[in-house]
Write a protein that binds this ligand. Sequence first.
Ligand code: ATP
Ligand code: MG
Length: 561
Amino acid sequence: MTTIDARPTPNFIRNIIEEDLKTGKYGKRVHTRFPPEPNGYLHIGHAKSICLNFGLAAEYKGLCNLRFDDTNPTKEEVEYVESIKEDVRWLGFDWADRLFYASDYFEQLYRYAVQLIKSGKAYVCDLSPEEIREYRGTLTAPGKESPYRMRSVEENLDLFERMRAGEFEDGSRVLRAKIDMASGNLNMRDPVMYRILRATHHRTGDKWRIYPMYDFAHCFSDSIEGITHSICTLEFEDHRPLYDWFLDQLDVHHPQQIEFARLNLSYTVLSKRKLVQLVEGGYVTGWDDPRMPTLAGLRRRGYTPESIQDFCERIGVAKRESMVDMALLEHCLREDLNKRAPRVMGVLRPLRVVIDNYPEGQVEELEAVNNPEDPGMGSRRVPFSRVLYIEQEDFREDPPKKFYRLAPGREVRLRYAYFITCVGVVKDEQTGEVVELRCTYDPETRGGDSPDGRKVKATLHWVSAAHALEAEVRLYDHLFLKPEPGEDGQDFRTYLNPKSLEILTSCRVEPGLAGATPGSRYQFERQGYFCVDPDSSNEKPVFNRTVPLRDSWAKVEKAQK
Ligand code: ATP
Ligand code: MG
């Protein structure tokens, strides 16, 4: 990468940070955070936020914290915490010693709440959750004040302490901020700060009987950590006045909240609430199913962290919601894999080929290039013998126009090997299916060149039957049939693609792939990029097709313009 290419594209967040650095608003510091709730695995939308927060910190020589927003004990699990740490690291970012949990601040948050009560800015309310909703009013009608709003500070302090002590039933009381029931912003109509909840927390156990609400916990967590720029998605724009209100009530550090549009990606869903339904309903094999838009799924599918980072930089940040085409993500991946993935030959649907004039028992080791994009990757030797496999779809007994591959009487090139001509077709007597081709080869064309300048119109990949390794290949298509599943109000699961996974169990690959480690990536010539799945055994590797070779992004881009 040249220095010019490496210069980040300007965006409104960079502009805000640069302005703050100029005025010294935060003493020239840039300190961001990535604050996931550990209630599911991270998805590609989170990657946008991770790249943004860690990326900006790195760019301005600042810091970025990883903070678990673990204020909701009923939905959170240790498994999620561990997966999130693994995924952030895999994406290429490092929080060093700055791993935090909102739950670490429960005691401090409690003290802040007490301070707010003391200054008459918070009160204990006995309305039921339904009543609170009713009293809140609507966008057009102002809310109604709670009859408990005028409780004395002493009574509020006493009740709040007893809430903490576990004297009251779940849901019987809440602590609310005393702001303005007539505010045009519903978030400002005396929002709930604490609720009573008897739930075991993954870190604090049964210590707490009350849990802080997101809006209250988040701004103060940012403040405690000395965050300067608190970057979040657009749906929190209406919460910013509340974020600022809480921090203004106390003499504490006050970060700047900045909102950007979340990533929406076509043919998938990016919401942990929906993704968890796919996992728990058995629609996919798990959070790391290669069809999932989770980082664990993309990793297993064969995506590289570099391609995801590149994608996140290219989509940029904006203030307006939009839908990004999946083809762009795949395009970024192909660009990256094209440079780094070694080429190999693998036959997905094998058709047996016997070379009649090739000596029985003879084996040649032919030289094959590992990556034409990168001569430094060298070459390897692949065995050639009398019986081979080619791809079923590379032969047509009765070829239509423009089908240039193998057909009776026709000559084609076998990659790195010889020209062969089809001289006979063997069929299954019962089904009529073509089960074997008889061919001849031209010994003068070794390496794939004809000395007499004879041309052929197709080059096929192949493997030697006796040497090839049997493999399983899993082919994937979009998880959903529609670009925006569920936008019509139907359950998003109605649009699951029944053909999103196709498993081929008797593929054949070059013998050199024996023992390939899970996670390693290859280009199978003409078939796409593949990644070794952890389900592989020594006897039989399993490959996930990451993406086919054909890139549809250029077409999409043209159509958009
Ligand atoms: P989901 O809707 O998937 O549950 P969330 O926003 O509830 O997402 P959090 O764990 O709270 O998930 O998110 C952590 C951070 O990631 C937040 O700052 C959030 O704004 C950001 N984020 C989540 N989804 C996206 C997205 N699609 N695009 C960009 N940022 C996102
Ligand atoms: Mg959330």
